[in-house]
Ligand binder design. Structure first.
Ligand SMILES: [Zn+2]
Length: 372
């Protein structure tokens, strides 16, 4: 923050943020939360586990001596309740904890924090609030498989497959994420949806589509530059296009020879996806939304498990998947069924255009850019 009040004020105005009377007098305040005494964003109101009468955890909570590097947004896949009261938010927190402990057999609530449709924030897993306030530790949750040790999880009440996001929930989500970014030094661009890492539709198409706006709002509130991330795509029954063709080719390369490469996510493709996920032990969705079975969606880390690293002399269906995607991205690859010098040259061209290390080898970073 600039020490010069006029510069600070102009910076705020240019960022499109409200400047209060206090700001005009030289102590700028951010629209999404004022500054605390030590310079970070002031904390939004978050009710701890004691306030909502949480049960004790069934085991010891892991408090890691490391900062989380990302935030993962979920939806609860529960009803879009019109009850915006705090008592309802507390009841929801108890309901989720009961489900996670009694049905999933977890030691405590899975996510670190919960956000209600009324905009009431609560602590999820015990000790998460103290860790966030301290800004140097992270509570290991259970909400996103392999990401749990580096990612904070926020469950947002509701089902956002096609319903719009309530303003109150949105504002508290921006405030909570901004505070997390401020406390831990997380990149504002490192706010993700559950589906970016696992094969699930969570947090719903509507809330997911607002994540770029969320990152921008958090970037504005914290004064940080936002780089929108490249992520693995989610594909579902009925999806069409080159990404589906690539999936079909990769499934064939893995051993699902019955899959026909037609660019349409059909029933045969869905069956092969289900078999792949069972055989490769790909972790299922682990958030509250996991009560909804999603056996035939494909996304997140499934891609990294399915797509092999390919270089010169590789051949077969996986090579054709690379070529289909290169063509779809506007890079002609020439050869069919074989990773020759022309395909390697096309991969290098694509890598250079996307700012990747230019190797001519289709590694996971390259697959991510080809698919994302
Ligand atoms: Zn989720």
């Amino acid at each position: 923050m600039s020490r010069h009040p006029e510069l600070a004020r102009r910076a705020l105005l240019s960022a499109g943020l409200a400047v209060t009377a206090a700001g005009a007098l030289g102590a700028p305040a951010f629209a999404a939360g004022s500054r605390s005494a030590r310079g970070g964003l002031a904390a939004p109101s978050i009710s701890g586990t004691g306030a909502w009468d949480a049960r004790s955890a069934n085991g010891s909570i892991d408090v890691l001596d490391s900062k989380p590097s990302k935030i993962i947004v979920h939806h609860t896949a529960t009803a879009n309740s019109s009850d915006t009261s705090q008592s309802h938010a507390f009841a929801l927190s108890r309901q989720i904890q009961d489900y996670h402990m009694d049905s999933n057999g977890w030691i405590d609530t899975g996510q670190n924090f919960t956000n209600s449709r009324g905009g009431h924030l609560t602590e999820g897993r015990h000790k998460s609030l103290a860790a966030l306030q301290g800004g140097s530790q992270h509570v290991l949750g259970a909400h996103a498989g392999e990401q749990n040790d580096v990612a904070l999880g926020i469950e947002n009440e509701g089902t956002y497959t096609d319903a719009s996001v309530p303003d109150a929930l949105w504002e508290s989500l921006v405030e909570l994420c901004s505070y997390m970014v401020s406390q831990y030094g997380i990149e504002a661009g490192a706010i993700y949806g559950h589906r970016d890492f696992m094969a699930t539709a969570c947090p719903g198409d509507v809330l997911y589509a607002r994540l770029p706006d969320l990152r921008s709002a958090v970037g504005s509130a914290t004064g940080s530059v936002v780089v929108q991330p490249v992520v693995w795509p989610l594909v579902r029954p009925g999806a069409t296009g080159p990404v589906v063709s690539a999936l079909q080719l990769l499934l064939r390369a893995w051993g699902a020879g019955g899959v026909v490469v037609n660019g349409v996510f059909d029933a045969v493709t869905g069956d092969a996806v289900g078999r792949f996920r069972r055989k490769r032990g790909a972790p299922g969705a682990s958030c509250y939304a996991s009560r909804v079975a999603e056996p035939d969606v494909f996304g997140g880390s499934d891609w990294a498990r399915l797509a092999p690293v390919l270089g010169v002399d590789a051949s077969g269906d996986a090579v054709q998947a690379v070529q289909v995607l290169l063509t779809a991205r506007g890079v002609r690859s020439g050869e069919q069924d074989r990773f020759g010098v022309r395909t390697a040259g096309s991969v290098r061209e694509f890598q250079a255009a996307r700012g990747l290390r230019v190797s001519g080898v289709c590694d996971h970073e390259t697959w991510l850019r080809l698919l994302g």
